[in-house]
Write a protein that binds this ligand. Structure first.
Ligand SMILES: [Zn+2]
Length: 413
C-alpha cells in the first residue's frame, strides 16, 4: 500500500491514512473538512465543535476487487442559536446512501453491476451482504423522479435484475445512457408490461421528444411497451442482449457435453479440457496458441460443441460487421435457415425469440455508428487500459477491469 494512494471522488473529505486490515480490506481513515452542520433543533448553522460521535464505517467502491472501507469519526457541533445552549448535532454526510451502510458512489456502482445480473452474484463478487444490495434496490423503487434535472435523454435503457433468492422474480431498471455513463431514472418492482408502460408514459412530453432510441432486452413486456410509447423505429434490442441468449444456448451445450466427456474420458485427458468456458466465450482471434490447441482437442471429442460454437461465432461475426439494416436482416435469416438445415436444435428457443423481435434487433445495425452505448463503454475501457498499463503494467488487472464492466466482456471487448 506504500506507493498506491487511492483517490476518493468524494468532496469534503480529507484522507488521514490508508492501510489494510487483517481480512485484506483497504481501510481509509478520513475526516470531514466541513466546518458546520445544520442544528437538528432550530435548523440554523451550528459551527462550534463539540467533540466527536462514535466511529463510523461505510463501504465504498472496491479498488481492484479489494473492498474499501471508509472510517470516520463524525464531528459534533454545539448550536450557538438555541436557548438554552447545549444542543448538539452530529454532522451528517451527503455522500452516504440511504440505509447508512454504504456510500452513494458504491450504491451507484452496485446498481450498474446488478443490471442484467442477479443480486446474489453482485453481493458475492463485491463481498457485500445480500441484504445491503436488496435494501439499496428497495430504496430506489418508488423514489420520486425530478424530471427537471434532465434536458436530453438520448438513449433509454430498459434492463432487468433478478430479484429474489429462491425463485425467478424480476425487477426493471430504466436508465438514461450516454456514451460514457448510465443515470438511473427509475427502478420498478416488476417487469410487467403495464408497469413499464406506465413509467415510460410518465416521462414528460418534451423529454420524450429527446429520446433517440430505447435499448432493451428481448423480454416481451419491455419491447412492446417501448414500441407503444416511442414507436417501432426507435426500439433497439442491442447486441449484448442477443448475445446473452445465444451464448446461453452454447453454454448449455458445453455443460452437457463436458458432463458427458467427464464420464467417458480418462481423468487426465479430461483435465486438459478444463477452463473451456472462457475459451468458448472469447473471440477466436483473441485466443492464445495454448487456448486454440485446447479448443481443437475439445472439438475432436465433441463434434456437437464444435458445430454449436461455430454457429455462435457466425452470429457474433454478423454483429461485428457493419451491415445496413436490410442486409443484416437477410444475414440473420440465412443463419436461421442453415442452423435448421443441419438440425442444430440447441438454438431452437433462441431462434423463436430472434424471429419475434427481428425488427428491433435489426434496428441495432441502423444506429450502431451513432448510438453505441457499448461502443462508448469500449472507449472507456481503452482509457482505463491506457491508464492502468502506465500505472501497474499488468495484464491480469486489465482483465479484471474488463470483467467489472458489467458483463460486457461477453462481447469479447
Ligand atoms: Zn439550534
Amino acid at each position: 500500500m506504500k506507493d498506491l494512494s487511492i483517490p476518493l471522488d468524494i468532496d469534503n473529505l480529507k484522507v488521514i491514512s490508508q492501510t489494510l486490515d487483517t481480512k485484506g480490506n483497504i481501510i481509509i481513515t478520513v475526516e470531514s473538512i466541513c466546518t458546520k452542520t445544520t442544528c437538528h433543533k432550530c435548523g440554523k448553522d451550528a459551527t462550534k465543535r463539540y467533540g466527536y460521535g462514535s466511529l463510523m464505517e461505510y463501504r465504498h467502491t472496491s479498488v481492484f476487487d479489494t473492498p474499501v472501507i471508509l472510517r470516520i469519526k463524525p464531528v459534533r457541533y454545539e448550536c450557538e442559536h438555541c436557548e438554552p445552549p447545549g444542543t448538539t448535532t452530529t454532522e451528517r454526510y451527503n455522500w452516504v446512501a440511504e440505509g447508512g451502510k454504504i456510500t452513494k458512489g458504491l450504491e451507484e456502482y452496485l446498481l450498474r453491476c446488478v443490471i442484467n445480473s442477479t443480486i446474489q452474484d453482485v453481493a458475492k463478487k463485491e463481498r457485500i451482504s445480500y441484504k445491503t444490495v436488496q435494501t439499496m434496490l428497495n430504496n430506489l423503487i418508488h423514489r420520486e423522479i425530478d424530471w427537471s434535472q434532465y434536458s436530453d435523454l438520448e438513449t433509454i435503457g430498459i434492463d432487468e435484475i433478478s430479484n429474489r433468492k429462491s425463485h425467478q422474480d424480476f425487477i426493471a431498471v430504466i436508465s438514461a445512457k450516454d456514451k460514457y455513463s448510465i443515470t438511473i431514472l427509475g427502478v420498478l418492482d416488476s417487469r410487467k408490461k403495464d408497469d413499464v408502460l406506465k413509467f415510460l408514459e410518465s416521462i414528460p412530453d418534451h423529454l420524450k421528444k429527446t429520446v433517440k432510441q430505447v435499448c432493451t432486452d428481448m423480454y416481451d413486456g419491455f419491447v412492446n411497451s417501448a414500441i407503444e410509447v416511442f414507436g417501432k423505429q426507435k426500439v433497439v434490442v442491442d447486441r449484448y442482449h442477443v448475445s446473452k441468449l445465444y451464448r446461453g444456448a452454447l453454454d448449455n451445450v458445453r455443460i452437457k457435453e463436458m458432463k458427458r466427456l467427464k464420464s467417458i474420458l480418462p481423468s487426465e485427458e479430461y483435465s486438459e479440457l478444463e477452463g473451456m468456458m472462457w475459451i468458448l466465450r472469447k473471440q477466436y482471434e483473441c485466443l492464445s496458441k495454448e487456448e486454440k490447441r485446447k479448443l481443437e482437442t475439445l472439438y475432436k471429442h465433441s463434434p456437437l460443441l464444435k458445430k454449436a460454437h461455430s454457429y455462435a461465432l457466425k452470429l457474433t461475426h454478423i454483429f461485428n460487421t457493419h451491415h445496413d439494416r436490410k442486409s443484416a436482416m437477410a444475414k440473420l435469416d440465412r443463419w436461421i435457415i442453415s442452423v435448421e438445415k443441419i438440425g442444430l436444435s440447441c438454438f431452437n428457443t433462441f431462434i423463436k425469440t430472434l424471429n419475434k423481435h427481428k425488427g428491433s434487433i435489426a434496428n441495432y445495425f441502423k444506429n450502431r455508428s451513432t448510438s453505441g452505448f457499448v461502443e462508448g463503454l469500449n472507449n472507456k475501457i481503452k482509457v482505463i487500459k491506457r491508464r492502468c498499463y502506465g500505472f501497474f503494467k499488468t495484464d491480469s488487472l486489465f482483465q479484471r477491469l474488463t470483467i467489472d464492466l458489467n458483463g460486457y466482456r461477453m462481447l469479447g471487448l
